[in-house]
Design a protein around this ligand. Sequence first.
Ligand SMILES: [Zn+2]
Length: 165
Amino acid sequence: MEDPTAAQGILKTSAEKRIMNSASVPPEDCIFCKIAARKLTSYMVYEDETCMAFLDTAPFSKGHTLVCPKQHGETVWDMDGAEIGGLFALASRISKAVVSVVDADGFRFVQNNGEAANQVVAHVHVHVIPVRLADKGRFMDRKRFTAEEMNSVAASIREKIAEVV
Ligand SMILES: [Zn+2]
């Protein structure tokens, strides 16, 4: 018979593994924590007690938004199930506003954990990236929009979020 304790031991070890990220910083140096504390400006589109959403400043497409908890944590392993559920439920709501505002055909959720996954900011975040059929299968590159364009799309998303559930 298999020893269930041994199996638990393996699971425990696996769950305690840390995810390596050379971008790791203490919360006081974290740019997303600074955005949450309003020490850095952002194109904020949504905020509540626990979460916030703002435009990615080097977006893959117009409307590319980052949704994250205000509390610092590097990966989803630093969050409990309810927090993860709340984050993705909010990301879904944000996606409806984003897709509507930029008239996209679909959207991607991208959630990177660790350097190997190309997580650049070591504070949990979900990318909401609107996509078009015309770009299906194409490599997406980072883009730059003017401050006016960013402000305009942020304002439209902010307005739209109030209408979507
Ligand atoms: Zn942080």
